[in-house]
Design a binder for this molecule. Structure first.
Ligand SMILES: Cc1cc2nc3c(=O)[nH]c(=O)nc-3n(C[C@H](O)[C@H](O)[C@H](O)COP(=O)(O)OP(=O)(O)OC[C@H]3O[C@@H](n4cnc5c(N)ncnc54)[C@H](O)[C@@H]3O)c2cc1C
Length: 407
């Protein structure tokens, strides 16, 4: 019987183990995780868990008993330090694990600041439960927060902090928030929404100094000379895929561990899934690195399928969600490179879909509080339906008609 060793117990790692058992895999499964908690849901870390609306116990995917029942061994607080591909062994500080199949599910780590005082105790990043527990300790006495980065993490934390009554400033180096992931229309909608809630958003800014010392940052100085006082700084300036181990053992990496559509790396019997990969997607006919739960879950199933000998492959449309205030943002497809866009619904009442087209056809959709309609568009994109932008722009168009009128 085969041994599968999975490095990383995040969304991808844990779900690979679950999928393997579901697919009837009978060999041993070891999940090696350098975190001290059983595999858990990461999205609440910037939402309800940050606001203390849910207990820590509620974050876990499964109870300890589940892993025992399923005969899945989870090794917590254990770092994989090296891999010997000749002897097919993974080494940790105290032990070694032989494998027939090795899976990298090592995720990504926050991009860090490297400037004086960046080691201060009140500068935080947000990736793991422990980060939130540290933030909680500072929050009780905090009145002001500076968020560096106007991406999802920054905006979700802004929404949480406003609800907790803090004065919030977002500093964004680009000319608009969410620039990396969406269109100017959506950025502008979110910018206005946050500012109406009281968030101060400064775009096109460069940080020149963290004022204070390594015990605490008391303010942030901008290139313009402006100084913003603060009790806490949280940086959400992107992530870097955890590929060091893979690179050391000679796996092909390029902004992530390179895999084919079956999540197979450049070495036999070594696979990879989730944020750490740059994987080939058959539907999009290209390789890409995605940072989302649906991507991790989809690739987990593909990895399991590749191990047990089924023929599943990456062919799902990328999709993502983000919760801020009472806004549910859902995005499907990749809007980069669109040459046409159209707002379906009412942007003023915060219930609309932004539809993006290229060469006359829909390629992506962003939905705000339109979950049912979003699911129809997502299904259409996933099934490869060619939806004409002109059809969507017709005043009589109903998303419900997508499946009756397409062929
Ligand atoms: C605060 C926050 C909010 C988010 N919100 C959303 C959301 O609303 N919607 C959405 O779709 N996505 C969201 N995401 C993104 C989503 O959580 C990630 O895309 C997802 O967790 C990726 O899963 P993964 O298993 O690839 O990586 P991870 O979940 O990061 O897991 C990787 C694990 O591997 C461990 N590891 C790395 N190297 C080693 C090693 N050498 N030895 C042992 N262990 C190792 C890491 O510590 C980590 O525990 C959010 C992410 C964060 C941080």
């Amino acid at each position: 019987m085969s041994n599968v060793v999975i490095i990383g117990g995040g969304h991808a790692g844990a779900n690979i183990a679950f999928a393997l058992r579901k697919d009837g895999f009978k060999g041993s499964i070891d999940i090696i995780s350098n975190e001290s908690f059983l595999p858990y849901h990461r999205p609440p870390l910037s939402k309800d868990f940050l606001k203390r609306n849910i207990e820590i116990e509620k974050l876990a995917f499964k109870s300890e008993d589940f892993y025992v029942d399923q005969d899945i061994s989870v090794h917590l607080s254990t770092q994989v330090d090296s891999i010997n591909k000749t002897s097919m062994k993974v080494k940790t500080k105290d032990s070694s694990f032989a494998f027939d199949y090795l899976v990298f599910a090592t995720g990504a780590s926050p991009r860090l600041f490297s400037m004086p005082n960046a080691d201060a105790k009140n500068l935080f990043y947000l990736r793991q439960i422990n980060d939130v527990l540290d933030i909680h300790k500072k929050l009780d006495s905090a009145k002001e927060i500076v968020l560096i980065g106007g991406g999802y993490i920054g905006l979700e934390v802004a929404s949480a902090m406003i609800e907790l009554g803090l004065k919030v400033t977002i500093l964004e180096s680009e000319d608009r928030i969410l620039k990396r992931v969406t269109s100017p229309e959506l950025s502008s909608f979110y910018d206005n929404f946050h500012q109406d809630k009281g968030v101060k958003i400064l775009c096109n800014v460069e940080i020149t100094q963290f004022i204070g010392d390594s015990s605490a940052i008391t303010g942030v100085e901008l290139e313009s000379g402006e100084r913003i006082s603060t009790d806490i700084v949280l940086a959400g300036i992107g992530v870097v895929p955890n590929t060091d181990l893979a690179e050391t053992m000679g796996l092909e990496c390029d902004n992530g561990i390179k895999t084919d559509q079956f999540c197979r790396t450049s070495f036999p019997n070594i696979l990879a899934a989730g944020d750490c990969t740059s994987s080939f997607n058959v539907l999009l006919n290209k390789s890409l690195r995605l940072e989302s739960v649906p991507n991790a879950l989809g690739q987990a199933k593909v990895v399991s399928s590749s191990i047990v000998g089924n023929d599943l492959f990456n062919s799902e449309i990328p999709w993502f969600w983000s919760d801020q205030y009472d806004l549910k943002l859902q995005m499907a497809g990749l809007s980069m490179g669109h040459d046409d866009s159209y707002i379906l619904g009412d942007i003023e009442s915060a219930e609309f879909l932004a539809c993006y087209g290229k060469d006359g056809y829909l390629i992506a959709v962003d939905s705000v509080n339109q979950a049912k309609q979003f699911m129809l568009f997502k299904r259409a994109l996933n099934n490869g339906y060619k939806l004409e932008m002109e059809q969507i722009k017709d005043k009589n168009f109903q998303p419900q008609s997508i499946f009756s009128s397409s062929n």
